[in-house]
Design a protein around this ligand. Structure first.
Ligand SMILES: [Zn+2]
Length: 349
């Protein structure tokens, strides 16, 4: 008969070896420069005051109703069954730590787990650090099972496209994997011919549907998708289109989530992460912009939903979380130990 201590040791070993992690895939979506203010409070009264159509579409008296109107899928599904950080009204801070509050530093911090002072602008310099996407793709279990789709062309630098060992596409460049489909061909054609509303970012529909097609075709274990319209319309000072862009991103998440539930390889084994690269200024004209001079634009938000994340919903009165934790959290959800950054324990099993 086993002694008690030996029995406990055996039990502990068995528990460790048992598959505690259910997540086998991660889909990580980022939308550029969407403020925590809109995510948690919905449309801003002072910015839609004299805009009747906008008031009808996005205005309700309570912040809870307003935010659900703006992002119904986020609030009714992602948050309800997952967790979101960053509601500063509720004592939950989420922020970047890079000090620049710009896109390249924010994406790089999220994807590499490091706020590297060399990444200090949106200049397309090759990223001096490896991303968690590249790190995973170099592991046998993920090789050829990682892909990235981004609106913004600077992702060619952020993800080091030249050296990247996984398929990716960014900006107006065509996406041309070995295996093409009529849908991918059409998306490339639209990308080449569409009016370039923004110089370095096609409209969100292009990267979204390209990513969705690739997901269905190749079923990658790790898919990264970055959308840019929220930031572009904000810089234009067009609050209506900024809100519409946020609303559309929410609808895209719904489509993506539905696809993940339909595909056996993903159902019940996939975690979705939804985040942004930086916040924006507050009030008046400042909402249009972000950067080091607008200190409050460091505040962002992040959301996690998956089989390993307890449904704690909207987090309140919790320690702050930071952008440099996302890469390690993404890896930890896959039961991998990423060397940079501290995973957010609350979203792990
Ligand atoms: Zn911007």
């Amino acid at each position: 008969m086993l002694r008690r201590s030996a029995l406990f040791a055996l039990l502990a070993t068995a528990l460790q070896a048992s598959p505690v992690h259910k997540t086998r895939n991660v889909v990580f979506v980022m939308t550029d420069g969407l403020r925590w203010q809109e995510v948690f409070r919905g449309a801003d009264a002072s910015l839609i005051a004299d805009h009747d159509a906008l008031r009808r579409a996005y205005w309700r008296e309570s912040p809870q109703e307003r935010r659900e109107l703006l992002m119904p899928f986020l609030w009714r599904t992602l948050v309800k069954s997952g967790q979101i950080f960053g509601n500063r009204d509720a004592g939950s801070d989420s922020s970047v730590t890079n000090g620049f509050n710009l896109s390249y530093p924010g994406y790089s911090e999220a994807l590499t787990g490091v706020a590297d002072p060399r990444v200090k602008s949106n200049d397309p310099i090759p990223n001096p650090n490896q991303t968690v996407l590249e790190w995973l793709n170099q592991k046998a279990a993920y090789r050829g099972r990682v892909a990235a789709f981004a609106g913004w062309e600077v992702f060619n630098a952020i993800l080091n496209h030249q050296q990247a060992s996984f398929p990716m596409s960014a900006g107006y460049d065509p996406f041309a994997p070995k295996e093409m489909t009529p849908r991918l061909e059409l998306l490339n054609q639209l990308k080449a011919e569409m009016t370039r509303t923004f110089e370095s970012v096609p409209l969100d529909s292009i990267p979204f549907y390209t990513a969705l097609e690739y997901l269905k075709l190749k079923k990658p274990r790790v898919l990264f998708l970055s959308l840019g319209e929220t930031d572009e319309w904000a810089h234009e000072g067009d609050y209506a289109r900024y809100l519409d862009a946020a609303h559309r991103v929410d609808a895209y998440l719904r489509v993506l989530w539905a696809a993940l539930q339909q595909i056996p390889e993903y159902r019940g084994t996939t975690t979705v992460i939804f985040a942004t690269d930086h916040g924006r200024g507050d009030g008046g004209e400042d909402w249009k912009s972000h950067g080091a001079r607008l200190a409050e634009s460091k505040y962002n938000w992040m959301c996690f939903l998956g089989p390993d994340t307890r449904p704690l919903g909207e987090r309140s009165h919790v320690p702050p979380v930071t952008q440099n934790q996302i890469a390690a959290t993404l890896a930890a959800l896959l039961a991998e130990q990423y060397p940079q950054g501290k995973p957010i324990a609350d979203v792990l099993p």
